[in-house]
Design a protein around this ligand. Structure first.
Ligand code: SF4
Length: 56
Protein backbone atom coordinates (compact mmCIF):
# COMPACT_ATOMS: atom_id res chain seq x y z
CA UNK A 1 0.00 0.00 0.00
CA UNK A 2 1.43 3.36 -1.11
CA UNK A 3 1.04 5.83 1.76
CA UNK A 4 1.99 8.72 -0.53
CA UNK A 5 -1.39 8.24 -2.25
CA UNK A 6 -4.33 10.36 -1.08
CA UNK A 7 -7.82 9.22 -2.08
CA UNK A 8 -9.71 12.51 -2.19
CA UNK A 9 -13.01 10.64 -1.96
CA UNK A 10 -12.06 9.39 1.54
CA UNK A 11 -11.26 12.20 3.99
CA UNK A 12 -9.76 10.91 7.23
CA UNK A 13 -7.95 12.39 10.24
CA UNK A 14 -6.92 9.12 11.90
CA UNK A 15 -3.18 9.50 11.46
CA UNK A 16 -2.41 6.53 13.74
CA UNK A 17 -3.84 4.26 11.04
CA UNK A 18 -1.41 2.37 8.82
CA UNK A 19 -3.53 3.25 5.77
CA UNK A 20 -3.46 7.03 6.37
CA UNK A 21 -1.92 9.23 3.70
CA UNK A 22 1.41 10.73 4.75
CA UNK A 23 1.04 14.42 5.54
CA UNK A 24 -2.51 14.67 4.21
CA UNK A 25 -5.97 14.32 5.77
CA UNK A 26 -6.99 11.47 3.45
CA UNK A 27 -6.99 7.70 3.31
CA UNK A 28 -4.44 6.11 0.97
CA UNK A 29 -6.64 3.11 0.12
CA UNK A 30 -8.76 2.85 -3.04
CA UNK A 31 -11.78 1.88 -0.94
CA UNK A 32 -12.65 1.21 2.69
CA UNK A 33 -15.19 -0.89 4.58
CA UNK A 34 -17.52 0.94 6.98
CA UNK A 35 -19.58 -1.00 9.49
CA UNK A 36 -21.07 -0.85 12.95
CA UNK A 37 -20.52 -2.51 16.32
CA UNK A 38 -24.12 -1.77 17.40
CA UNK A 39 -27.33 -3.69 16.78
CA UNK A 40 -29.24 -0.51 15.96
CA UNK A 41 -26.84 2.33 15.08
CA UNK A 42 -28.30 5.77 15.85
CA UNK A 43 -25.37 8.24 15.88
CA UNK A 44 -22.07 8.56 14.02
CA UNK A 45 -20.19 7.13 17.04
CA UNK A 46 -21.89 3.80 16.32
CA UNK A 47 -20.06 3.44 13.02
CA UNK A 48 -16.51 2.20 12.41
CA UNK A 49 -13.92 2.19 9.68
CA UNK A 50 -13.29 -1.55 9.53
CA UNK A 51 -10.27 -1.01 7.28
CA UNK A 52 -8.39 0.60 10.21
CA UNK A 53 -5.01 -0.96 11.02
CA UNK A 54 -2.81 0.33 13.80
CA UNK A 55 0.44 1.80 12.53
CA UNK A 56 3.24 -0.69 13.10
S1 SF4 B 1 -8.42 2.79 6.70
FE1 SF4 B 1 -10.03 4.01 7.68
S2 SF4 B 1 -9.11 4.85 9.54
FE2 SF4 B 1 -7.46 4.14 8.21
S3 SF4 B 1 -6.83 5.94 7.05
FE3 SF4 B 1 -8.34 4.85 5.81
S4 SF4 B 1 -10.31 5.76 6.33
FE4 SF4 B 1 -8.85 6.38 7.92
Amino acid sequence: MDKSKANQAIKCTVSSCQNHSIGKEYCALDSIQVGTHETNPTVDQCTDCQSFKLQA
